[in-house]
Design a protein around this ligand. Structure first.
Ligand SMILES: NC(=O)c1ccc[n+]([C@@H]2O[C@H](COP(=O)([O-])OP(=O)(O)OC[C@H]3O[C@@H](n4cnc5c(N)ncnc54)[C@H](OP(=O)(O)O)[C@@H]3O)[C@@H](O)[C@H]2O)c1
Length: 240
């Protein structure tokens, strides 16, 4: 057993695990010998990812198809594995581009549920169990747009500011209890979600978009060392 799996094992729960950063966390955590509870709304792709990670790394995988916007989603997630979740990776997040008043209120409320309510509920439930065991870790995902209000992303950036502030506060509160909390502040990572918002692959961005693999690798290396973190040296320079 590695130091990582002793501290954060034997199971990790990853939300948004069918694609993008969540799927990459699943792969890299399996490579670190953690078993995986994988949550996503997309049943078909979640099944594919679960099969491929299980085949490649031979770890325990339990996929759960769940809509994290639903008020009672925790009932579908909570199970006999609760006490064994040593790492919670809160990745799922929705975004909507457009003027605040031009987007339907329902869209705003759904984003609030997925980006704010769901990670809050999961951190409260699993964080409590980790504190009782005196070990574990929680990862939140924020965005560089959380660092100041961003027009056309008004509510998205506000929800990501919530994730950042909650994560940094929990880093301080849970550290003495043996639980590491880290908030990753992502600038641009190459995922299906990023490509939907940046459809022209030829367009040059600065700093260049990072691979999902490097984004996740750097985040896992930072876990336990700092309250929040911007993956990618060139991306860090945007906030200095
Ligand atoms: N990629 C970036 O550059 C970037 C930058 C800043 C912050 N972030 C943050 O990083 C996180 C992951 O981003 P990503 O680009 O990896 O996303 P992604 O490629 O869009 O993947 C997100 C996954 O979550 C699933 N999902 C969406 N709504 C859900 C719900 N209500 N319940 C359960 N699963 C749901 C999606 O399923 P469907 O596709 O079927 O909806 C998809 O499988 C997000 O919180 C995002 O805000 C990303």
């Amino acid at each position: 057993m590695s130091v990582f799996s002793e501290k954060y094992g034997p199971w990790a729960l990853v939300t948004g695990a069918a694609m993008g950063l969540g799927a990459e966390f699943a792969r890299q955590l399996a490579a670190r010998r953690l078993n995986l509870l994988l949550l996503d709304i997309n049943a078909e792709v979640l099944t594919e990812v679960s099969k491929s990670v299980s085949k490649e790394f031979n770890v325990g995988i339990r996929p759960i198809v769940v809509d994290l916007a639903q008020p009672d989603f925790l009932r579908n997630v909570s199970s006999d594995l609760d006490e064994q979740i040593g790492l919670l990776v809160n990745i799922v997040g929705g975004s909507a581009i457009g003027h605040f008043l031009d987007l339907p209120l329902e869209r705003h409320l759904s984003m609030l549920a997925v980006n704010v309510r769901a990670p809050l509920i999961l951190a409260h439930h699993f964080g409590g169990l980790m504190r009782a065991r005196k070990r574990g870790g929680i990862i939140f995902v924020s965005s560089i747009s959380a660092l100041s209000g961003t027009s056309d992303f008004s509510e998205y950036s506000a929800t990501k500011a919530y994730d950042l502030v909650l994560g940094e506060a929990l880093w301080q509160e849970l550290r003495p209890c043996g639980v590491d909390v880290l908030t990753m502040i992502v600038d641009a990572a190459d995922t299906p979600g990023w490509r939907t918002e940046n459809p022209n692959p030829e367009a040059k961005t600065w700093p260049p978009v990072m691979s999902a693999a490097d984004t996740v690798r750097e985040t896992l290396e930072a876990l336990g060392k700092t309250p929040s973190f911007v993956p990618g040296a060139q991306h860090q320079s945007r906030v200095e």
